[in-house]
Design a protein around this ligand. Structure first.
Ligand code: NZQ
Ligand code: ZN
Length: 382
């Protein structure tokens, strides 16, 4: 097992009708900026519940944060937050709203120039951030319990991540009831995202971490069991609760401690979202199986392990096929052509971008060997 340091200060308040607990969580007297997305919270009653709970507070609102949140939009929120002297941020929405709010939290007090710099260094080592909390409405990203954010610069079609412990939410409220209103497309995206988060922290090579492996396999088993149920019985609260807890634990850091991680699927996926507007979960389901095939030699041991522990098969290719079958079974298509994108063109585009930037997915690829040419070789098969 590799050395690690684990710190996660996020209080999770989980369960039915928990949005009402906001006054116990937000500091008394706080001046809040409440951030939200394109309006789903008005349709499903989440806005009403939050406003009701926040009656005793001064609240400024900032809505209109788009999926795959834009830097340009975030900077408008930064300006509002500064002008209004807010001292607490409350993100109410999916991973995009949570991520945007993390960026805003770091950017409001930032005095060293353009905060896009966070995305250039990835770990900006912030010394200050506006404290934030979260009412998360979509099970997928784990953003409610981690310190990462992914922001898109619309002007240049760049999608990059940053992470900093200063932007850990102080708390996140997870009321699985709020997911009853999710469009099926987002439910499926969230399942794929969770699946791939777990795999980015598992499907590398063995460094003798049986507990982390069993935790990861447990999340995947639960996803395989619960996913068909959420499609056939979308009103089942327990199914929604189980899926949400899978996605939170999938990326709150715990299963990744001491293991070799990958993240190349995510990094290539962000390029596809930036260039073609594909949903995040979609890009992952397209790339991961072909990335596994490309790296089948290095990932052989773990592919066989996942096959045996979860799918009841015993060859690397059989595990990859079972994974594809799972995605198809929930209605997730796994080829670029299914979304009208030409694989050869996309592969060349990403290769050129990686080459121009000198990208070598080093810390994000277990052998540091995913460069432009490798991304090309993977994507042309997608
Ligand atoms: O904008 P509104 O109107 O709220 O609608 C959203 C949006 O259209 C809707 N939605 C959310 N909750 C809903 C709902 N509709 C009905 N009922 C609800 N309860 O769903 C749509 C998608 O929302 P979004 O927040 O974009 O989805 P998701 O949570 O999947 O977040 C995706 C973003 O997170 C980043 C992705 O790259 C992408 O930008 N990620 C963040 C990570 C992190 N912070 O650790 C890790 C992930 O790997 C991922 O990269
Ligand atoms: Zn993801």
């Amino acid at each position: 097992m590799q050395n690690f340091s684990y710190y996660n200060p996020v209080r999770i308040v989980f369960g039915q009708n928990t949005i009402a607990e906001l006054p116990k969580l937000v500091p008394a007297g706080a001046k809040i900026m409440m951030t939200y997305g394109g309006g789903s919270i008005f349709k499903n009653g989440v806005y009403e519940q939050a406003k009701q709970a926040l009656q005793g507070y001064a609240v400024v609102e900032f809505g209109g944060i788009e999926a795959n949140p834009h830097y340009e939009t975030c900077m408008k929120a930064v300006e509002l937050g500064r002008n209004e002297h807010v001292n607490f941020l409350l993100a109410v929405g999916g991973g995009s709203v949570a991520d945007a709010t993390k960026f805003i939290a770091g950017a409001i007090p930032w005095t060293k120039g353009d905060p896009w710099a966070f995305m250039m260094v990835h770990a900006p080592q912030l010394t200050e951030a506006i404290p934030m909390g979260c009412v998360i409405t979509l099970p997928a990203t784990g953003s409610e319990m981690n310190y990462s954010a992914v922001i898109t610069r619309a002007a240049t079609q760049e999608k990059f991540h940053f992470g900093d412990p200063m932007v850990y939410p102080q708390f996140s409220i997870i009321d699985p009831q709020v997911t009853f209103s999710l469009p099926q497309r987002q439910v499926i995206n969230g399942i794929a995202d969770t699946f791939v988060h777990v795999m980015e922290q598992y499907m590398t090579y063995d460094v003798n971490t049986p507990l982390q492996d069993h935790l990861a396999e447990g999340i995947i088993r639960t996803l395989l069991d619960e996913s068909p149920k959420v499609l056939s019985k979308p009103d089942d609260y327990d199914v929604r609760a189980n899926l949400f807890w899978c996605s939170t634990l999938g990326l709150n850091g715990l299963i990744g401690m001491g293991v070799v991680q990958d993240w190349a699927t995510h990094m290539i996926g962000h390029e596809l979202t930036a260039l073609y507007g594909l949903d995040h979960g979609v890009t992952l389901a397209i790339i991961m199986p072909e990335l596994w095939r490309y790296k089948i030699a290095g990932k052989k041991g773990k592919l066989i392990q996942l096959g045996k522990e979860v799918f009841g098969v015993d060859t690397p290719e059989a595990t990859i096929r079972k994974t594809e079958e799972f995605f198809h079974s929930i209605g997730m298509k796994t080829k670029l052509a299914d979304y009208g994108v030409q694989a050869e063109e996309a592969a060349a585009h990403v290769r050129d971008r990686f080459n121009a930037r000198g990208t070598k997915l080093g810390e994000h690829g277990e052998h540091g060997d995913i460069d432009g040419n490798a991304a090309y070789a993977i994507l042309r098969n997608c």
